[in-house]
Design a protein. Structure first.
Length: 150
């Protein structure tokens, strides 16, 4: 990966709707070169998705909750099952396996406290492998940048 690839990635992380000619203008290259490079970055798995970021509040998801989860046992099959359950949980927008006191950190986006209560009751209390969990209600999103420094 060279400097042009890095400039392409930085530009696309800010706006992935640029045409190849617009991208070429931003990064100082030709449109054909940008098209080849972007296609290679996609085929190499560097670019993993082209998505639109949606404001959760615009869809009524006004509550964001950070949840730490500790499993009762540290067996690989239980960890894998918890991962599967979190991938399937529509309220869980992010799930990380972490080190330290917790096994997982979840980011949950829901309409309100009542919806979070339903989520907790159906996803965590009913899971026999969850030892404990802690939740923190987000008061203000100070920074949200879903991009990687290139």
């Amino acid at each position: 990966m060279d400097d042009v690839d890095r400039r392409i990635l930085n530009a696309l992380q800010k706006n992935n709707r640029l045409s190849f000619s617009e991208l070429a203008e931003v990064v100082g290259s030709s449109a054909a070169s940008c098209m080849r490079r972007v296609n290679k970055l996609r085929s190499d798995g560097v670019i993993i998705a082209d998505i639109s970021l949606v404001d959760p509040k615009a869809l009524g998801k006004t509550l964001t909750v950070v949840v730490t989860v500790e499993l009762d046992r540290e067996r690989l099959d239980l960890v894998d099952e918890f991962k599967r359950a979190m991938r399937a949980a529509k309220e869980v927008t992010q799930c990380y396996t972490v080190t330290g006191a917790a096994d997982f950190v979840l980011i949950v986006a829901v309409e309100d406290v009542e919806a979070f209560d339903v989520c907790v009751k159906t996803k965590l209390y009913t899971n026999p492998d969850v030892r404990k969990f802690n939740s923190m209600l987000a008061l203000d999103r100070v920074k949200f940048e879903p991009r990687v420094l290139v």
